[in-house]
Design a protein. Structure first.
Length: 312
């Protein structure tokens, strides 16, 4: 029997069904391996060393090799937890960080909405000014703010008619001055991130809300905020981390923590214990406590969002 022109006999006998090879399950980890190695070197190993030192009696004598390091267990943690100053500094840090986070998010979100309402030239000017503030080093920005609020030559006191009022002398006024500088150098990140999220919202949604007679505040609360919740989660967590561990602004603007340590935060307090007092083990223990607090806050916040059905 002759085979038609368009047909051909299968080679090697009967035709067998072939399935595509399964992809290697560990391929994503291979792509992530270089980044994980870098993170392990610059992040995990220092944390391991910090935790290790916190369990030893480690001072200048041990650094210089004059005395061996002795294992203390949780002795350093018991010492800092029994110190009333630690709890005062912790409370001040939590309140100060919360005020910074709320202020930064409020200013950043308000200016992000404003960017969508102004024309191209004012928008460009505002973006350049904000990015300039964001790019300014913390030491430089803190020094500039000190000059602006200087009791002798600062223009702020002259404009407000406060004479030679010292903003860094009082505890609350010093914290308020540092808060202004922290918000000034932090709000651009929130503004740019939220503005990018607003631009991604379909215009039809905003037009429908406007046709229903919703005010700008109602549009933000009922339309934009729910749609931007994943972005707001990111900027909130990063703001909490940044503001909780503020160091440069406090150290520069209050001259190392204010009069009699009235403006200490945990980061500055750990620095004083570790380097000013040469109690490196106590400073390491405070650093580990800060790390655990930030991890707990982040995990609790993410867990609450997951319960509300948010995909992160």
């Amino acid at each position: 029997m002759r085979v038609g022109r368009g047909l051909s006999r299968p080679r090697g006998g009967s035709r067998k069904s072939r399935t595509a090879p399964r992809p290697y399950q560990g391929a994503p980890w291979l792509y992530l391996a270089p980044a994980l190695v870098v993170l392990g070197g610059v992040l995990l190993y220092p944390i391991y060393q910090l935790g290790l030192i916190s369990f030893f009696h480690y001072t200048q004598a041990q650094v210089s090799g004059g005395e061996p390091a002795t294992f203390e267990g949780f002795g350093n943690y018991r010492e800092i937890f029994s110190d009333p100053q630690f709890w005062r500094v912790l409370l001040a840090t939590v309140v100060f960080a919360a005020a910074c986070v709320v202020s930064t998010l409020s200013v950043g979100c308000a200016l992000a909405v404003l960017l969508t309402r102004v024309r191209a030239l004012p928008r460009l000017a505002l973006m350049l000014a904000a990015l300039g503030a964001w790019a300014t080093p913390a030491v430089t920005g803190s020094t500039v703010w000190l000059l602006l609020f200087d009791p002798d030559f600062g223009p702020v006191n002259r404009m407000l008619g406060l004479g030679d009022h010292s903003w860094t002398y009082g505890r609350l006024s010093a914290f308020f001055l540092v808060l202004l500088e922290v918000v000034w150098c932090s709000f651009p990140f929130v503004m740019v991130t939220v503005y990018a999220g607003i631009r991604a919202v379909p215009g039809e949604v905003l037009e429908a809300a406007a046709l229903d007679g919703a005010s700008q505040l109602r549009v933000w609360r009922s339309v934009l905020a729910p749609m931007l919740r994943p972005i707001l989660v990111v900027v909130t967590i990063q703001s909490v981390i940044w503001d909780f561990k503020v160091f440069t602004q406090i150290y520069v603007m209050t001259n190392g923590g204010g009069i009699a340590g009235q403006n200490l935060t945990l980061n500055v307090y750990a620095y004083q214990q570790a380097f000013a007092s040469s109690q490196y083990s106590l400073g390491s223990a405070i650093g580990i406590v800060m790390l655990l607090i930030l991890l707990a806050v982040t995990l609790v916040y993410l867990r609450l969002l997951r319960r509300q059905g948010e995909e992160l």
